[in-house]
Design a binder for this molecule. Structure first.
Ligand code: 5GP
Length: 227
């Protein structure tokens, strides 16, 4: 057995990190990971953000949840059966996946990596379990947590939305309590009290991240033109 010392420990760590990062290293797009409790307004904020940044792309998740009235296949989610989802897990088709409010949800790997390699900035809207997995594999991601101004406010919004039956709604409220505790693992916190202010904050985060000189996987100085 190899003897432990600080040097080989560092090597092992670096090798492991490089392996995990291998696919992503080629990428140039920015990866924005957005989480927050159900009902906090992530969907509305995302829609508005996409109107402002036409070049942002959204990673459509795969789920076993039944579609809601106005949801469209391939736009809101890819809706699949449990057996299909489990087959996709076996085939390692997800960057991350989790059981969220009793249903499978996951981010398809191929399309995400392809977009990042093409230089496209991508937004994932995923729960805290999924975000933790992404942070392990792609620590260069930008992690944003959207929180409600108060617990009461979240409950009011969820009840008013009327998309869930009583039991499912209670589950979402309980899950929200756990999710809010994960805020420390994120880079940014946006409190969605006034939607226009929250949107401005999100836009500012995107702009600031795009202006960084040393984005972890890209030195933007490469783009400075020389006469
Ligand atoms: P909903 O069922 O209301 O569409 O989504 C519920 C929660 O599932 C949201 O808070 C959302 O962040 C999360 N979610 C959606 N897609 C994914 C995914 O691909 N992976 C994970 N881990 N969570 C997701």
């Amino acid at each position: 057995m190899a003897k432990y010392n600080q040097n080989n420990c560092n090597d092992i760590f670096i090798n492991a990190t490089q392996n995990i990062m291998h696919e992503q290293k080629e990428g140039r797009g920015l990866l924005f990971v957005v989480s927050g409790p159900s009902g906090v307004g992530k969907g509305t904020l995302r829609e508005k953000l996409f109107k402002y940044f036409k070049d942002l792309t959204y990673s459509v998740s795969v789920t076993t949840r039944a579609p809601r009235k106005d949801e469209k296949e391939g736009e809101d989610y890819y809706f699949v059966s449990k057996s299909v989802f489990e087959q996709m897990i076996k085939e390692d088709n997800f960057v991350e996946w989790a059981i969220v409010h009793d249903e499978y949800k996951g981010t398809p790997r191929q399309l995400l990596l392809k977009r990042l390699r093409m230089g496209l900035d991508v937004i994932l809207e995923i729960d805290v379990q999924g975000a933790a997995q992404v942070k392990n594999k792609m620590p260069e991601g930008i992690f944003i947590f959207i929180a409600p101004p108060s617990w009461k406010d979240l409950e009011y919004r969820l009840r008013n939305r009327k998309t869930e039956k009583k039991e499912a709604l209670e589950k979402r409220l309980t899950d929200a309590k756990t999710e809010i505790q994960c805020v420390d693992n994120y880079d940014y916190l946006v409190i969605n009290d006034d939607i226009n202010i929250a949107l401005k904050q999100l836009e500012s985060i995107v702009i600031a991240e795009r202006c960084k000189i040393n984005v972890k996987n890209l030195n933007r100085k490469e783009y400075i033109k020389h006469d």
